[in-house]
Design a protein around this ligand. Structure first.
Ligand code: GLN
Length: 296
């Protein structure tokens, strides 16, 4: 017999508290980090209540409908589907975003890129921003929200990702300043348009490394949002070289990448002679994460 089933619970059988304990254990056994927090999030979602409310409902019986929702969601999470796709929701920049498998789940590190772009553009009355590889629209929507005069052109090569980005722009009330363009990087952007900033968190993982990533990422997140080609730098490289022609003089390029790619990217930026000396910004974990370069 599984010794875990012998462990006494302080909650009555079938109660919210007991189900929560059970789910936490099940997720933990599936190797999920943060099993307790995921279990709480799934219960709140199944019960349609917030976390503080959940804490006071431990004794209550879990209604059958919530139990059915929970059980389906728990099986998906055990198969390592990301929590955000199960809930259909996530937060970025403290804003609500719909989460669907057509768009990468933007990581908290990416807030650094938004923060830097917002700081650099805060003095401009109506900055034009190009978000390359917008995915779910996280960066572009956050910037449009942060800079009320800004207009964002949001590019992605994936139609479903762009549809998600537009829904996220609508959801956050910035759709009138958010223009989706389906394009491979700059390809479909008219040559006479120039931007105050080009921002991007492009796919930057080497193709051969994707299979070794955690199952949530490797199995469920869109491969085209991760795969940066044989050395991971396919898109970073193109953006560094193609952005100067699309930026106003003194316009800025901001790109997120893997910390291990930073020194290569600094050298690549210098090589173009189109920018001043690039600045490297560190994320909250103290790792070099974002490069910012101003065109000369
Ligand atoms: N720019 C999007 C984001 O930061 C997509 C990133 C990606 O798919 N590589 O979420």
């Amino acid at each position: 017999m599984n010794p875990l089933t012998l462990k006494e619970s302080r909650w009555p059988e079938g109660s919210v508290g007991a189900e929560s304990e059970h789910l936490r254990r099940r997720l933990g056994q599936a190797g999920i980090e943060g099993a307790a927090s995921d279990a709480a999030a799934l219960l709140c979602w199944a019960l349609d209540c917030d976390r503080s409310y959940l804490a006071s409902r431990g004794e209550e019986a879990l209604p059958p409908e919530a139990k059915a929702r929970l059980s389906e969601a728990a099986s998906r999470r055990v198969r390592r589907e990301p929590l955000a796709y199960i809930l259909g929701e996530r937060e970025f920049w403290s804003l609500p975003f719909g989460a669907e498998p057509s768009g990468l789940i933007t990581r908290p590190e990416t807030e650094l890129l938004v923060e830097r772009a917002a700081a650099l553009l805060s003095g401009a009355a109506a900055p034009r921003i190009l978000d390359l590889g917008t995915g779910s629209g996280a960066i572009g929507v956050a910037l449009a929200k942060e800079l009320p005069g800004a207009r964002v052109v949001a590019v992605d090569s994936s139609g479903p990702a762009l549809e998600l980005a537009v829904r996220n722009a609508l959801r956050n009330g910035v759709e009138d300043r958010f223009e989706p363009v389906r394009s491979d990087l700059f390809e479909k952007i008219p040559g006479d348009e120039s931007f105050d900033a080009v921002v991007s968190n492009p796919p930057y993982i080497a193709s051969s490394e994707i299979g070794g990533l955690m199952p949530e990422v490797a199995r469920y997140e869109p491969r085209e949002a991760l795969d940066g080609g044989p050395d991971g730098m396919r898109f970073l490289r193109r953006i560094v070289h193609e952005a100067p022609a699309r930026l106003k003089r003194g316009g800025i390029l901001l790109m997120e990448m893997d910390p291990a790619q930073i020194s290569w990217c600094v050298a690549e930026v210098r090589l173009t002679r189109a920018y001043g000396e690039p600045m490297v910004r560190r994320d909250l974990a103290g790792r070099d994460r974002v490069i910012e370069s101003e065109t000369v």
